[in-house]
Design a protein around this ligand. Structure first.
Ligand code: HMG
Length: 488
């Protein structure tokens, strides 16, 4: 390896792979029929309309009893290693971002490291394996840390592994219920990456101490103030975007060679948002593209009447809402959104919120749904990351050779098992049974109980096989989670 130091070296994502549970809930079927009355909706059709059009999801992935954030992460990691065709012994660090860790103390990355060692028969003991927690933005901080390690030439091996993994769970019968999901995204980080070089010195980060969404210790479902969480997301994203644009402009001046304009839609070609549900990406695009166009209204004369109309709405917030509503209905915005954002949402519609992996699922979705990946080469991607609590980070990268670096795999897996894919629809009873989880031993937390029997037995995958129950002088493993590779 060349060890000379340069801020200009190209570092980024060499390969990306996704793993989601095979079980899913169809939000149009039995679920909608029962929930419409339970949620007080006027009709089943009204609930389906709200979930499909208003929120933008049609299916959500649900982990089986033997799956959790650790197994999903390890499965995504195995996939990225096999798809990239690298020797897994060349991985020198494993960083995991998660909101739904499996232990209060041990890093989930250490579990993943052990699973990779067993699966590939290798020794990864010389790797670092930290866990990053900050709601849905944890994996972005894991990525930043790993990329900077490579930029500073502190890496000891050619690849770093960054994994975003989560199981999103809200109480049944709450408005959050239809924004659940589960899955993991694994990315290999390297110098001279084949997939996406990340731009140095342009990231804009904002952090505010907020209560929009959280999960108190001991609770398995999130607490969220839904509408407020949307407002905090939008405010933080707008602020982080402003910083990103300022830093990008400075960089462009410094480099001299970048002839792009300074408006957001000139700086980036594709916009990947943290998408807890697909409509959220539309709200975010309306806010930041709305601001970009509005500040250059002479270039967008169609906005003038929309702005005049919005001014009649009252206070600043009402004005903003009215302006964004009319912008959403305009042809220029709809064309912009369809070309620059929609391709990144195809998978989220069918998987749901995977928390820390959501924005990276957007990258996979863009790659997966493009009919000719070679046409994406050289285009600049804007990453709009968000985690409740709350932090937003906006950064960018340039796609290198996506036709070579990415092997489509997710859309095929999302086909029904009977049609050659791997998906299995859950009955409402099985979904609710899995949601409730194992029954707690008397007076003990549910995490100490054995896993429930699986809906579909594990095969060709990592599985949680048992939870330790010993607490004697000879051995202590009470509550420890044991994972094994189960052959197909
Ligand atoms: P809700 O009460 O279910 O929905 O809450 P609503 O009544 O606000 O309606 C939603 C949209 O559906 C509206 O569209 C309705 O008009 C429309 P809009 O007016 O905004 O354009 N609608 C319909 N459309 C067509 N046909 C119909 C129909 N009926 C209504 N029949 C909410 C929705 C997202 C708030 C809820 O599901 C929730 O609380 N989800 C969880 C929280 C969340 O995802 N927040 C997002 C921001 S925070 C974040 O992203 C971080 C997070 O990922 C966690 C982390 O960081 O770790 C959550």
């Amino acid at each position: 390896m060349n060890r000379s130091f340069s801020y200009e070296q190209r570092v980024g994502i060499d390969a990306i792979a996704v793993h989601v549970p095979r079980l899913y809930v169809d939000l149009v079927g039995e679920w909608a029929t029962k929930r419409a009355a339970e949620l007080g909706e006027p009709s089943v059709e009204a609930l389906i309309g709200k979930v499909q059009k208003g929120v933008g999801v049609v299916e959500m992935a649900i982990p089986d009893a033997h799956e959790d954030s650790a197994t999903l992460a390890a499965m995504a990691a195995v996939k990225v290693v096999l798809q990239a065709g690298i020797d897994p012994r060349e991985i020198g660090t494993i960083a995991v971002g998660t909101e739904t860790t499996v232990d209060q103390s041990k890093s989930i990355a250490a579990y993943v490291l052990g699973m990779l060692e067993r699966r590939f028969g290798i020794d990864l003991r010389e790797s670092g394996a930290p866990q990053f927690q900050f709601a849905c933005i944890g994996a972005t901080y894991a990525l930043e840390s790993t990329v900077n390690m490579f930029r500073a030439r502190e890496n000891t091996k050619p690849y770093g592994l960054v994994i975003a993994t989560d199981v999103s769970r809200y109480p049944l019968l709450s408005p959050g219920e239809y924004t659940q999901g589960a899955g993991a995204v694994a990315m290999l980080i390297s110098e001279n990456p084949r997939l996406c070089t990340l731009d140095p010195r342009v990231a804009g980060t904002i952090t505010r101490d907020e209560r929009d969404f959280f999960r108190p210790n001991g609770m398995s479902t999130a607490v969220v103030d839904g509408k407020y969480s949307i407002d905090v997301y939008l405010d933080c994203m707008a602020e982080a975007t402003k910083l990103f644009l300022q830093r990008s402009a400075l960089e462009a001046k410094r480099n001299g060679a970048d002839v792009r304009g300074e408006r957001l839609d000139q700086r980036v070609d594709h916009l990947l948002f943290h998408a807890p549900f697909p409509r959220m990406a539309e709200y975010a695009a309306l806010r930041i593209i709305g601001e970009a166009w509005r500040s250059n209204v002479e270039q967008f004369p169609f906005l003038q009447p929309l702005l005049e109309q919005a001014k009649l709405s009252g206070d600043t917030q009402a004005m903003q809402r009215a302006f964004e509503k009319s912008l959403a209905a305009s042809k220029p915005f709809q064309e912009f959104f369809a070309a620059r954002v929609t391709p990144s949402l195809t998978l989220a519609k069918r998987i749901g919120n995977i928390y820390s992996g959501s924005m990276y699922l957007g990258l996979a979705s863009l790659l997966e749904s493009s009919p000719d990946r070679s046409r994406l080469a050289g285009s600049r991607v804007g990453f709009f990351s968000y985690g409740s609590g709350a932090s937003a980070r906006v950064f960018s990268g340039v796609l290198v050779a996506p036709e070579k670096a990415y092997k489509p795999h997710i859309l095929a897996e999302l086909c029904a098992e009977t049609a050659g894919g791997s998906r299995v629809a859950l009955s409402l009873a099985d979904y609710e049974h899995l949601h409730r989880g194992p029954l707690a031993l008397e007076g003990a937390p549910a995490s100490l109980s054995q896993p429930l029997p699986s809906i579909r037995a594990a095969a060709g995958e990592f599985a949680l096989t048992r939870v330790g129950a010993e607490s004697s002088r000879a051995r202590v493993d009470l509550g420890y989670r044991y994972y094994d590779w189960i052959p197909a």
